[in-house]
Structures are given as structure tokens and as C-alpha cells.
Design a protein around this ligand. Sequence first.
Ligand SMILES: Nc1ncnc2c1ncn2[C@@H]1O[C@H](COP(=O)(O)OP(=O)(O)O)[C@@H](O)[C@H]1O
Ligand SMILES: [Mg+2]
Length: 396
Amino acid sequence: MRILVISPNDAFRQPAQAACLRFTESLVSLRLADSLGQGLELAHQFEAEVVIVDLTRNVEAGLIAIGDLAAAKMTRLVVASIDKSTTDLMTRAIRAGAGEFIAQPPQEDEIHAVLRKAQRMLSPVEMPENRRGRIVVAFSSKGGVGKTTLTCNLALLLAQKYGAGRVALIDANTQAPNVAPMLDLRPERWLRDAVEEYRRLDGEMLSQIMTPHPSGLMVLAHSADNPLGLDFDEDQLSKILLVAKANFDFVLVDTFPLLSSLNLALLDLSDQIMLVTEAVVPALRSARYNLQVLRQAGYGPGRILLVLNRFTRFRGNVPVELAQETLDWPIETVLPYDVHATIAANNGKGIVEMFPDSKLSQQIVELGGLISGESATTSRPRASLGERLMVFLRGY
Ligand SMILES: Nc1ncnc2c1ncn2[C@@H]1O[C@H](COP(=O)(O)OP(=O)(O)O)[C@@H](O)[C@H]1O
Ligand SMILES: [Mg+2]
């Protein structure tokens, strides 16, 4: 890693230099400059990858220099160091292009953390090439609408149908994971083990970290004891999803209900987004907003499968037609409210295993057909919402 330290102050340059030279996780090549002019020149000649700029003396010129450095392609990370960290100055430095800050005087552990970040930026994770399976991500930015229930049941169904080792279920609900209890699993290894190893993760390693379910489904569970939510980043989960995609026919992913950059990265990798909502005003509002964002991201109806779950008919409830109108998006499936879902969850079983004849299980089977792409291959065209509603209402 080529590092440049720019500071007029010896008391800054020296500890910064010592800290950089003691960084053992990468080969370090270091240059020092005592003026901004010399620094800019050196950054260019030396093709510096990390530039640490001491902003104490000449703030305005320093900000301009940060702007120049950040705009130059070779410099991947510009680190600003300010003695009085006022939010105003920090905001201006970020706007100029600073990606990190360090305090004054420079601390070794802080510099090492920054260099580690630069290292991650400099060596992008190698993503597996061999793309095989389908990634289906269940999403809604509202909790309690049935994402976990549906991902678990769809995964079970697909595993029953396609056989052992062909379907993966990943609990990417980073904050409140509950796939393991839902399926009565007691994993010994967890998502965080895959995250720790993500750089060298391959199919074999991933399978060893996963927990097999008696149905043949392979589950990458996440632990509620130590959700580590904030420690996950997009690269890590993307790599895990892609390794799973390269090694399974179907990869179902459960998520935390939040329109976060992490979830957007997962949605971006998906072949299909299952947007789950219910016919209750707050859930519909949130789904409507999600759909607007996803539409702006360029996802169309082929990619987003809208599921209206837990539907019941009673006076005062929102009828399906109104839900569809509010959402301004085709509702693909209407799933009935069914207490068997709760009974099955309480038993650590899928409703499709415990109550395969229930109306809800039958509807989930249909949804499974849509997700596996099987329905699309039948000669029968997809029924209109009206027809599907009639089927739903007849059976209700
Ligand atoms: N179709 C359904 N009918 C009745 N209860 C359901 C149905 N789908 C889900 N549930 C119940 O709703 C609750 C929330 O479901 P869950 O899958 O945990 O939602 P999410 O993952 O979106 O937070 C659970 O108690 C679950 O058993
Ligand atoms: Mg959930």
C-alpha cells in the first residue's frame, strides 16, 4: 500500500510515519511531505493510494488539496486529520472528498483501522463467476407481515421438491434473526462465521457452516445472541449470497425490515424480490413507498413479486382491490390469514409440513411454483387478479 502523509508539523508526521511502518497487514511504502504543494506533487508521482492530510494549519488550502486528491483516480482514500473536530469542518472535509478522519495527535490504532479500511477498498472481494441458482429475497420495510414465515415455508417446499442440498435459506435478518427457532434448528455455526471467512469462502466452506434441516434444506442461521448487525457490510453479505447462488439451485433470503443500503445490496443481487405486505393501512403505506423506491431502482413487475399475506375478509378491512389500487402494482398472490401458521411456528415446523392440506399451504405451493419459474412454463396463462381473487374467495 502506497501511503503519503502531508503535514507541516514534525510532531504529526513522525507518529503517523511510525504507525504506518508498524502496520504489518500489508506491504507499506511511505512518503512524507511538509507542504500541501509538495504533497500534491508527490501524490501524483508516487501514485499514492492513501493520503493522510493534516488540516490544522491551512484549512482552506487543505480542503482544496483534499478535493484534488479525491478527484485523482489513483488515490483511493483521503484521510483528514483535524485538531478541533467541529461538525462544520468535518462536513466540509467530507464534501471535499475525505473518506476518513483521524484525531490529533495521530494514534496508532486509529491509523491502523484506517489502513485496514483502505486495504479492503484496494482489494475488492473476488466474486464467484459460476452463477447457477436463483436468489429470492423476501422484503418489506415493515415487520410482522410474514417474511420469515414465507421464506421458511417456500424453502422447505423447494427442498422437498428438488431434493437434499439444492436449496439454501439464509437468515440475513441482521438485527432480529429468527429462522433457526422457526425451523427448530440448533446451529453450531452461524452467519457470522461465514462473514469472518468471507474472503476465502467457497461452496464447501459455506456448506460446512450451514445447518442441515431434515427436509434436505441447508440453512445459514444467524444468532440472536450476538447479531453483530452493524458489523456486516455489503461486500460480505454479497459474497455469501453469490457463493450460495453458485452452489444451490435456490437461495432464499430473509431480511431485516429496513430500506437500508445493506438490504438494497441484497435486493440488487436477487433474481426475484418477494415484497410481502398485508391489507392494513400502515403496511400498505410502507409497501407503497418500498415499491416507489424499487421502481426508481429500475425493478419491474417481472422482478418484484407482490404478496398480500394474512388476508381476512371482515367489515372495515381493506379489500384486495383497494389494496392493489393503493399499491399501484399487480398483487401476485393473496394468502389467507390462517391460525395454522402460528401453530406450526410454535412447533418449530413449517405449515407446509405440519398442515399440508390447509388453504394457506396450498397457496404457498402455488407461490413456490411461481418462484421456481415452473408456473411460467405451463401452457396455462397466469390468471388475472380478479380470477385469482375468485379462487381465493371460493376457498375461504
Ligand atoms: N398467513 C398467515 N396467517 C396467520 N398468521 C400468519 C400468516 N403469516 C404469518 N403469520 C404470523 O404472523 C407473525 C409474523 O410473521 P413473520 O413471518 O415473523 O413476519 P416478519 O418476518 O415479516 O416479521 C407470526 O406469528 C406468524 O406466525
Ligand atoms: Mg422476520
